[in-house]
Design a protein around this ligand. Structure first.
Ligand code: GRF
Length: 189
């Protein structure tokens, strides 16, 4: 079996994608190890999920740093300590700056709840509902300096449940957990 790939998962919220990735790793479906969870929101539920799985957490509030560069340098030191090779964004609500993009060129992946390039940025599901699209979906892509603009790795369509945001969101999350696993299986080396 090839070498296990060391990854860090970045998340700002609930962390259901983090948990799905970790459980796929536990089942032997992704050849990786989550060395670290990085969050910019120390109170986020992902912290609890990481504790349950005994995965170290770096909870760093950007407001405690003088600049974005200083904030990302602190993250970079933690990643280097853990010899992290890939960064997996899973609901991390910040643009990644050059301090991390340069050392991790083509090694940062994101998941977004729409069929990019439609509905980039915040509340992609709300944007899709507002436009009354009938089909939306999920995209996994490489991260560049833009907002949800990097090269696309995988996409899957999800039918919008008419006027029902909660049901649509549930359908999207279920597809996310499956699609991220498949994309990581193929991409992490
Ligand atoms: C997901 O919908 C993901 O696509 C987006 O943020 C959400 C994170 O959900 N980038 P969770 O925290 O993994 O449950």
């Amino acid at each position: 079996m090839s070498n296990i790939v060391s990854i860090a998962v970045f998340a700002s919220g609930s962390g259901s994608n983090f948990q799905a990735i970790q459980e796929a790793i536990e089942r032997g479906e992704i050849n990786a190890k989550i060395e670290l969870v990085v969050t910019d929101k120390p109170g986020a539920y992902v912290v609890e999920r990481a504790k349950v799985k005994n995965i170290p957490v770096a909870a760093l509030s950007p407001k405690n740093f003088d600049s974005k560069v200083a904030y990302e340098q602190a993250i970079l030191s933690k990643l280097q300590e853990c010899e992290v090779k890939w960064i997996v964004l899973a609901g991390y609500m910040r643009l990644i700056g050059n301090t991390l993009l340069d050392p991790y060129a083509s090694k940062i992946i994101n998941i977004h709840p729409s069929l990019l390039p439609s509905f980039p940025g915040k509340d992609a599901i709300g944007q899709a509902m507002d436009h009354r699209v009938k089909v939306t979906g999920v995209t996994v892509h490489y991260v560049d300096a833009g907002m949800d603009t990097g090269p696309i790795i995988a996409q899957r369509a999800v039918t919008v449940v008419d006027g029902d945001r909660e049901a649509t969101e549930q359908a999207i999350h279920a597809i996310e957990h499956e699609l991220y696993k498949e994309a990581l299986q193929k991409t992490l080396t």
